[in-house]
Design a protein around this ligand. Structure first.
Ligand code: UVW
Length: 339
């Protein structure tokens, strides 16, 4: 029973059997899979694995800045960039333009001699280089640390787990795992799964170390393919065939104390898993709901990867804070890598 297609009306519905307490926590409902971090940093924790980055990790990250090199890892925000079909293109327009004042709009009479410009942006917060927050994904109505998905409303946004809690997050030591380069290809083949073995092989090939609290970036080389694709069907296939993490990789992130993972793809996880996954979008489910481990998507990694390959140094400092939008479930960012 219920909705079978997008746009269908439900033919029937059974109310859930769980309850929700006064803190917005689900009681008697979804139980997180193992491994999970529910309760690890307190019953009211809203930042998950960002707790793994403390002053010690930030000082160590700052010591990695020795050459004054700065890399921006962001896509340009425009209608041409990669975007799944259920998300509208960003719309950037001007609500006041100095050129109107120059040619004599009424406002010019009030402030003669100066002109100013104001612009505006309307976009899906998941539609460009971004962090997915914990409110982006619910499993059986539950989110990270047991918060209830029913408290995300169109009118009020996310009552819990909003991006405002992450305003000081995502600053620390970062390691690039260049899977494409270490496997000797420009781009991983369509639908390549990245598991624990591939991650470990890449760390070894690069000769780098992984520390607790690290943010990890995965380069598959897939982002660049977008600009060669024509037609809606081919664009849809591009998203379905994305290479990325398999369900079996999740334990590697937990075991190594990784604080966040980002990739140059739409979903971080593989689009078409070869092994039958135990659940839908298992990496989103495990990372965002069970572990409280944020996912970053559509990161632009090629220039940074060139530099890392040239000097053999795959570790650097990263600053990639989200916009402080109360109740948001994700945020566009301009991540900055510093060497
Ligand atoms: C979904 O579309 C659910 O997720 P994402 O954009 O994070 O891949």
């Amino acid at each position: 029973m219920g909705r079978t297609q997008p746009g269908d009306y439900a033919a029937g519905w059974t109310p859930p059997s769980y309850t929700v307490d006064e803190h917005g926590k689900v009681r008697g409902g979804y139980e997180p899979h193992e491994p999970n971090n529910w309760g690890r940093w307190g019953d009211d924790d809203q930042i998950g694995t960002q707790n793994l980055i403390g002053p010690e990790q930030i000082v160590a990250a700052a010591r990695l800045v020795t050459e004054g090199k700065v890399f921006s890892l962001a896509l340009e925000i425009d209608a041409a960039g990669p975007r799944s079909p259920h998300r509208p293109a960003p719309l950037h327009w001007f609500i006041m333009a100095g050129s109107d004042l120059i040619v004599g709009s009424p406002a010019q009479a009030e402030v003669p001699g100066i002109q100013f410009n104001d612009d505006m942006l309307q976009m899906p917060l998941q539609g460009s280089t971004q962090w997915d927050g914990f409110g982006h994904f619910c499993a059986e109505d539950s989110m990270y640390n047991g918060y209830w998905g029913g408290d995300i409303t169109a009118a009020g946004g996310a009552r819990n787990l909003g991006m405002e809690h992450m305003r000081k997050a995502f600053v620390g030591r970062c390691v690039l795992l260049d899977l494409a380069r270490t496997q000797g290809v420009d781009c991983l083949p369509d639908a390549t799964g990245i598991g624990r073995a591939e991650l470990e092989a890449c760390v070894e090939a690069q000769g780098c170390e992984i520390h607790s609290g690290d943010i990890v970036l995965l380069r598959t080389g897939y982002l660049d393919k977008w600009w060669g694709i024509e037609g809606e069907a081919a664009k849809l296939e591009y998203f379905y065939a994305t290479p990325g993490l398999t369900e079996a990789s999740v334990g590697w992130f937990h075991d190594n104390g990784i604080s966040a993972v980002a990739a140059d793809t739409i979903a971080v996880e593989v689009g078409r898993p070869t092994a039958e996954p135990s659940r839908l979008m298992p990496v989103h489910h495990a990372c965002l709901v069970d572990l409280g481990l944020p996912l970053g998507e559509f990161w632009v990694l090629d220039e940074l990867a060139e530099d890392c390959a040239a000097d053999g140094r795959y570790e650097f400092m990263l600053a990639s804070q989200p916009l402080v939008i109360p109740g948001a479930v994700g945020s566009p960012i301009n991540p900055i890598a510093l060497k």
